[in-house]
Design a protein around this ligand. Structure first.
Ligand code: HEM
Ligand code: HEM
Length: 175
């Protein structure tokens, strides 16, 4: 396996911490209907607060990324991968940015109150079905698009590792 330039440890930490958060927030989102009615509000709040954390981390990651260019792809990376990886990464960033914003609209116009444990944040907005119904659908579709694209992206990384043996995955792994 050829060695290639690695991502910085900061970029690697951002990538994998956010991966764990997307899995946790996504799972809570998908499961929210399965929880007993009495605890649904609690879990939707956990989903929302973790989603906000994810979004804050994303902003920090984007600032970091603007100051730290990714390493050049290994010399033998194919033309297709070169063309596609940039737009796919950009689309992943875009979905990570937009999905939580639509989630906040859904949450607030459902008349929900953010509970951060130590304090609450109440926007005092009345429940408005005409807003939160369509935004809930949009939030759902964006989340599904994120899962699908992240899935294809992960498969591509595994293809690079196990089929192409070109070190693309290893440069994003810690250690
Ligand atoms: C990348 C981050 C996020 C992902 C991947 C995500 C994913 C999801 C998913 C899969 C659902 C279930 C959709 C369905 O089947 O109906 C959902 C529901 C929801 N999410 Fe998110 N979400 C994220 C961030 C947020 C944030 C930041 C908030 C609010 C601050 C939020 C608020 C909500 C609300 C209010 C619902 C609807 C729950 C209900 O039925 O009332 N989400 N989310
Ligand atoms: C929630 C799931 C995931 C998201 C949202 C995500 C997002 C991203 C983003 C935005 C980048 C671009 C980093 C940059 O250059 O700024 C990236 C790079 C990368 N990701 Fe992921 N990722 C996810 C899961 C995975 C998984 C499961 C794997 C491995 C199986 C993986 C492997 C990689 C690799 C190897 C790179 C570097 C690609 C290159 O060198 O061009 N990712 N990821």
């Amino acid at each position: 396996m050829r060695l290639s330039a690695r991502y910085t440890s900061g970029a690697i930490a951002f990538h994998w911490i956010m991966f764990v958060l997307v899995v946790a927030v996504g799972a809570l989102g998908l499961l929210h209907d399965s929880f007993p009615k009495t605890t649904q509000g609690f879990w939707i709040n956990i989903h929302a607060v973790m989603g906000l954390l994810l979004w804050a981390l994303l902003l920090a990651r984007i600032v970091w990324r603007m100051r730290h260019a990714p390493p050049a792809l290994p010399a033998d990376t194919g033309e297709f991968s070169r063309r596609v990886s940039g737009p796919v990464h950009f689309a992943l960033y875009a979905l990570l940015f937009v999905t939580p914003i639509i989630g906040v609209v859904t949450f607030v116009w459902h008349g929900r109150v953010f509970d951060f444990g130590l304090f609450q944040l109440d926007f005092g907005v009345a429940k408005n079905r005409a807003i939160f119904h369509p935004t809930e659908d949009i939030h759902q579709y964006l989340a599904y698009a994120l899962f699908a694209l992240a899935g294809v992206h992960a498969l591509a990384a595994l293809w690079h590792h196990f089929i192409r043996h070109d070190g693309v995955l290893r440069r994003m792994l810690p250690g």
